[in-house]
Ligand binder design. Structure first.
Ligand code: AMP
Ligand code: ZN
Ligand code: FE
Ligand code: FE
Length: 281
């Protein structure tokens, strides 16, 4: 089983990289992609934990914004973590997440919600890329809401009055950087309409021109119709089709490998990296 999109506590997942790799081994996965938001800081621990037949496709899920302000997530896999350009891009986005969180908290405080930056910092694992899920955890800790899921259905949704975006590259910029760093770019859950405004089918050609390699089709946030439309776009543009869990430990309902990628699609995707960078024990 091949699962190319998961998170650890280096961003908003709840398992450490070690715990996640151990779970993947226990479940008999053949390839595990670790794609923490805007960071590669979990790669080393994951690689050190590796044993047996599991292979690691290390990467990152890069938060992007289109010029129209639509939020897009770009999975970069198999790139060179030592590439200065991509590390700069990831760092800039991480830096932008702090003032963004302060703005969201200020909006909540103005609405009379008892939440502070200290509460959020207390909920964030050390060194983790700061995100709305940590704010959700802080709200849960204070008894204001019951779960992350409840937060994302209401006050932390992209359409909420409290939502603030952060500085981020455009999808085309992220794709170009991932490719320059030797990796492959797969657009994550592009038609996940329940999260907010999404791209249109006509937006994909430009991303292909920038170097896009694949589309995440099978994902729990995309309904069967949305998946079918994406499968069609992928066929037309000769893009790799992936499926993945977007596992976040106990932070989300998604279970590891609940959706997966066909081995022949993975083989095609891997062949587009500039070197064989899959990590094996
Ligand atoms: P941010 O990166 O701060 O904009 O927060 C977005 C993150 O929240 C995404 O990476 C999602 O994984 C996470 N998220 C979105 N919806 C939910 C949900 N219903 N439950 C838990 N986490 C979610
Ligand atoms: Zn996440
Ligand atoms: Fe995502
Ligand atoms: Fe994700």
């Amino acid at each position: 089983m091949i699962d190319l999109h998961t998170h650890t506590n280096k961003s908003d997942g709840t398992d450490s990289p070690r715990e996640l790799v151990n779970k993947a081994i226990a479940q008999g996965l053949t390839v595990l992609g670790i794609t923490d938001h805007d960071t590669t800081s979990g790669w080393e621990e994951a690689a050190q934990t590796l044993r047996g037949n599991l292979a690691l496709a290390l990467g990152s899920e890069i938060s992007c914004l289109t010029e129209d302000g639509i939020s897009v997530h770009m999975l970069g896999l198999l790139f060179d973590a030592k590439h200065a350009g991509i590390q700069e891009m990831l760092e800039e986005t991480r830096d932008g997440r702090l003032p963004r969180m302060r703005k969201m908290i200020a909006k909540m405080q103005s609405a009379g919600i008892d939440i502070s930056m200290d509460d959020v910092e207390a909920a964030r694992p050390e060194g983790a890329t700061l995100g709305r899920p940590h704010l959700a955890d802080a709200l849960v800790n204070k008894g204001i809401i019951n779960s992350r899921d409840e937060a994302f259905q209401g006050m932390l949704n992209n359409e909420s009055e409290f939502y603030v975006s952060h500085a981020a590259p455009t999808p085309a910029e992220a794709i170009a950087m991932i490719r320059r760093a030797g990796g492959v770019a797969v657009i994550a859950h592009p038609f996940a309409s329940r999260r907010g405004v999404i791209l249109q089918a006509s937006d994909f050609q430009e991303l292909v021109t920038a170097g896009l390699n694949g589309i995440e089709v099978d994902h729990r946030d995309q309904n069967p119709d949305e998946r079918e439309m994406l499968r069609q776009i992928a066929r037309e543009l000769d893009l790799v089709i992936t499926g993945s869990s977007d596992y976040h430990g106990s932070g989300k309902l998604n279970s590891l490998a609940e959706f997966h990628t066909d081995p022949s699609q993975w083989e095609k995707l891997e062949s587009h990296a500039d070197k064989r960078r899959v990590v094996r024990a």
